[in-house]
Design a protein around this ligand. Structure first.
Ligand SMILES: [Mg+2]
Length: 168
């Protein structure tokens, strides 16, 4: 169970993800979280750097899908800025939203990477389906009040994962 919280890869920023390496290991699609992964949670604009990164992914022939627990309107408005398909109200860590993303991308879970800032939603949900999970540091220090509690649990989980040897 604890192992399901362990990300396959930990990076500081989106730009630290080695895209060539992902390609070589058979990853064809990337599912990414919205809030605090590609956009600060209180913002409604994707910054040019992140847009450039997304364009780079498309140019490298990765299929993309956004999977967010946030509501339909906000997710659609942001997805439109980068012309990426999306699943809103995904109820992560439920598998449903991730399965839906896999269908949209027409890929098997094993060929999909999940990029997200939260262990208990993005990483846990992706791991449950056998996707390659990438944990990225949150974009904004300021967060939704509910997330602050989750961050405390995350810290505890990281300690446990490290002591069990699931995370370096
Ligand atoms: Mg997030």
């Amino acid at each position: 169970m604890l192992k399901l919280l362990a990300p396959c890869l930990v990076v500081d920023t989106l730009y630290d993800i080695n895209l060539e390496k992902l390609k070589k290991q058979g990853i064809r699609g990337i599912v990414f979280d919205l809030d605090n992964t590609i956009i600060p949670w209180n913002s409604s604009e994707i910054c040019p750097e992140v847009l450039g990164w997304l364009t780079d992914l498309v140019n490298r022939d990765f299929k993309l899908c956004m999977v967010s627990n946030n509501g339909n309107r906000r997710v659609r408005q942001i997805a439109a800025q980068c012309e990426v398909p999306f699943v809103a109200r995904a109820l992560k860590p439920s598998r449903t939203g991730f399965r839906q993303a896999a269908r949209v991308m027409e890929l098997s879970p094993a060929s999909i990477a999940v990029v997200g800032d939260q262990l208990f939603t993005d990483i846990l949900g992706g791991n449950r389906l056998g996707m390659f999970t990438i944990w990225v540091k949150p974009l904004a220090a300021q967060e939704f009040i509910g997330t602050k509690f989750t961050r405390q649990l995350e810290k505890l989980a990281v300690r446990l994962l490290k002591s069990a040897g699931h995370l370096s």
